[in-house]
Design a protein around this ligand. Sequence first.
Ligand code: LLP
Length: 430
Amino acid sequence: MSGLAFLYRAGRLYAEGVSVERLAEIYGTPLYVYSRREIGARYRALARAMAPVRPLICYSVKANSNLAVLGALREEGAGFDIVSGGELYRVRRAGADPARVVFAGVGKTEEEIDYALREGILFFTVESEPEARRISARAVALGCRARVAFRVNPGVNPRTHRYITTGQRENKFGLDPDRALAAYEMAAQLPNIEIAGLHMHIGSQILSPRPYVQALARAAVLCAQLRRRHAAFEWLDIGGGMGIDYMPDQEPLAPRVFAAAVLPWLKKIGLRVILEPGRSLVGPAGLLVCRVQYVKDSYRKKFVIADAGMNDLIRPALYEAHHEVWPVRRTARRIRGDLVGPICESGDFIALDRELPAVREGDLLAVMNAGAYGFSMASNYNSRRRPAEVMVDGACHRLIRARESWADLVRGEDAGARHENRRKEQPDHV
Ligand code: LLP
């Protein structure tokens, strides 16, 4: 794994200057641990590589939306890419400047649009014609102007897991280029709408710069046409998706490699550039520590049962994603088996048929590259409390989200009974 956040010292795994064992003792398990320095280093590496076009880097909040993570990226100078009213609320709580926030997503509600208009975000990434009409109507109602960029689906194959492609013809995102051109013409006639730019995001965990170049080649033609027609057209948002090395033999899509491929196109197109990286900024900056509860054999197979499951980290179950598993106390001895969680589902695994550190009951394991789409996709399935999160910075560590309590699990459920606001619906025919 790239980065220097998580290393062994004298056989013990450290997060920067703090032993992971110590963190597990203090905060309990399962526990997400993030490295502040790694997040900063990753942001700066991308900003440096892309400096010739001075991009606005809008961190994609969905990857990890903890307020402390958002705050760290704001300190580094990031703007934010959001996809819901909830994410807007979070970035505002983290002190974000709304003028550095872009809002994507295919299903924005009126309530979310109003919230974003009142806050004065940079622009909406618009994914359909009816959405443009709704944004215009809300801007008229609120007496303000709305900046929009249509999301164009360039129809390229990013060669990633089929659930996380977004710019192929069959994906629900954006509009095909011909339709997008017509949509821009339509939107330009709508009241209180300003055409601000064009947006693309072709997928996630992309390891080659090639699909970006293909998409940019298509965008270049469109942008040339659009800027001639629309005076306020100034932004080209090329999305996120840069892949990381989940497997030991994988090459991540390094900022230098990405920049070398896309910069010539971006310079030629000559618009102001937005990037929306999520995973590549926070994925390798986080791990999930879990404690082994039991080790058992069945039908000549070994199962290591941990206290973290698919409700804490769903990527293996959902995408058959690979996460390296490291022992918190180094050992050379290996066993072969499945690392599974306590959830009542056969899909509840972290690693399948893998060489694992030889562990015993009570030992700690670290699931690597868990900083992105880890906690943010966690759930309460099986009425499990979502885990705690900790931020390490040098020798300091702090709890950035408390482990949920059992009372948290039922929050809101008994509200009706308590407030006696139970409603009795009248049948229609009465
Ligand atoms: N911009 C837009 C419009 C997006 O839809 C996404 C991710 C990003 C930026 C950030 O992409 P990133 O740089 O993180 O690849 N849950 C999946 C990933 C889903 C990504 C959805 N969109 C996973 O765990 O692999």
